[in-house]
Design a binder for this molecule. Sequence first.
Ligand SMILES: [Zn+2]
Length: 232
Amino acid sequence: MEEELKTKTALCCHLMEAVGLINYDGHVSARIPGTDRIVINARARGRATLEAKDMVVIDLEGKGEAGAMEPPGETPIHTSIYRQREDVDCVAHLHPHYSTLLSIAGHAVEPVFFLGTSLGPVPVFAEPGHVYTRAQGQALAETLGQHRAVLIRGHGSVVVGGSIEEVFVLAIYMEENCKKQYYASLLGPPRVITSQEVERVAPQVWKPSSVAKVWNYYVEKYRAGLLTAPPL
Ligand SMILES: [Zn+2]
């Protein structure tokens, strides 16, 4: 079970890197079911070539086994959220281009694209630096609250969910939505999908079968060598 989870988390890191949501930085973690331990990519391992052996197991205080590789410096992002949210089994810290751009421009993420209705409100954590300490992680987790994603101003995003697949697909939807929001705003004020419309559309697009379809699409494309990161 633990090995399987490591392999899938490593694959998710590959996919995130291949679609340009992480680069030399960024991390994905997953809770080992029924425990207060998580797997996360090791700090020093390149994100594009991770394997199960490059994943480390730590507890929710960030402590690993003696002699094991170090987790990322921003591990408090993950541990703080898992401590606060029992419903969360996967956390990704990303550096997405368009989502981050909106936080720099001071624009809230709005649902403008039908798949973006899956996101719900996306709060913004105002401090742009690294999240290195327990107190910083706690503050970020509080800003996230019960939502599915939070932006770190001028830095990146954190996306959470009940599975690795959910987090990957939500991260894709968020960046697609923000990209469209950015381009639409160049043409004029975007027509935001209203909250009544969100209530109608979100259940159509955010369901296990759709999440599985999108995850499988990216896995197959990646394995066929057809997924390449867009330039920054
Ligand atoms: Zn970061």
